[in-house]
Ligand binder design. Structure first.
Ligand code: FAQ
Length: 311
């Protein structure tokens, strides 16, 4: 019985069909999607913090308005993703609980600091750029609600990259002090951008299962290479350098060669020992506490409605 259902499920995926919430799916497929989508949602919400810090200090009114819109989009993406995960039978409360208890991860990159305005530009170009490379792949995935959310999110993130590029170009072609500030931010964000794609394939425990069921359609290393091929030349064209002595174009393969990030640092920061982990978690816990009265008021209102109250 189970074998037959699994065979039919895998045949559907092989035909390129989308799996929908009410369709039969293996428990492991469900579990993997909940893990990935919820961690993706937490990342969007935590990802509001490093840039959000700069909203009050944006250099012009125009840049402030753009940054507010961008950070708001990230909050919206988090909501879309929690909603997509809820279709798999887990509640938003359970997901947030797991995150606040430190059981569910969020992207390692958001544990790095943003000491200057140029860090906002570096995130906008490099981190959003990396996120879009990853998400265009996820938009091809087999689970309907996640793939559709990815499509919509990618449209918005293309705008984020444009704002990042625009701020990046302004600084990279600006005064010597601005160029220096932009270079230092690139030095800080280059390796975190490479880390966004996850551990190297040789250490990626989930990739085989995710590829089998087309939750992922490319591996971590394939996407990292795509990112370097697209973004390294862009940074170099703007007259900046990339903090990697091994970075060079290989005409034989048509790809850029590059050094891998420090994987020990990657695991250490994921485990909680990064420059901003404690600060990010404290900010999320505080927001959760400060929002408690809103949740309680909504719940009371909903209870009143189901009890037949008119207001
Ligand atoms: N950070 O076996 P794998 C954004 C964990 S974009 C932290 O290779 P998998 C937009 C992994 O969870 C960023 N942990 O895992 C934005 C697993 O641990 P677990 C978010 C990581 O699933 C831009 C373990 O290591 N995007 O927020 C990371 O095959 C700018 C083993 O790893 C997504 O989440 C990492 N980078 O591949 C917002 C996309 N990498 O769960 C604001 C959806 C791995 O067993 C500003 N997720 N780990 O405890 C994915 O595409 C995949 O899950 C990967 C990891 C590629 C992240």
């Amino acid at each position: 019985e189970y074998e037959a259902r699994l065979a039919e499920f895998e045949a559907r995926i092989a035909r390129g069909e989308k799996i929908e919430p009410t369709d039969w799916m293996p428990e492991e497929y469900r579990r993997q999607l909940i893990r990935m989508i919820s961690q993706h949602a937490h990342s969007e919400i935590v990802g509001m913090l490093p840039e959000g810090k700069w909203i009050p200090h944006a250099p012009t009114l125009r840049r402030k308005l753009i940054l507010i819109a961008k950070v708001q989009d990230e909050g919206g993406h988090g909501q879309l993703l929690y909603r997509a995960a809820e279709t798999l039978g887990i509640s938003r409360e359970e997901m947030i609980e797991a995150f606040l208890a430190g059981k569910a991860k969020y992207s390692v990159v958001f544990n790095y600091p943003t000491p200057t305005w140029a860090d906002v530009a570096a995130i906008g170009l490099l981190i959003d750029g990396a996120a879009v490379v990853n998400q265009l792949m996820l938009a091809q995935g087999s689970y309907g609600p996640y793939a559709r959310a990815m499509k919509r999110i990618c449209y918005e993130e293309s705008f984020h990259i444009k704002q990042g590029y625009d701020a990046f170009v302004a600084l990279a072609t600006g005064t010597p002090a601005q160029r220096r500030m932009m270079q230092e931010a690139v030095n800080r964000w280059w390796y975190p951008a490479l880390m966004l794609f996850g551990p190297p394939d040789r250490d990626s425990v989930h990739t085989p299962t995710l590829l089998r069921w087309r939750i992922k359609t490319k591996t971590n290393d394939q996407l990292r290479q795509e990112f370097v091929d697209q973004y390294a030349p862009m940074v170099l064209r703007l007259g900046l350098t990339i903090p990697d002595p091994n970075l060079r174009y290989d005409p034989e393969t048509g790809h850029w060669r590059f050094s891998e990030p420090d994987w020990e640092e990657f695991w250490r920061v994921i485990k909680g020992d990064g420059p901003c982990n404690a600060e990010r978690m404290a900010a999320r816990r505080r927001a959760h506490e400060e929002g408690r009265w809103v949740r309680e008021a909504l719940a009371a209102k909903a209870a009143q409605r189901t009890n037949g109250g008119s207001n």
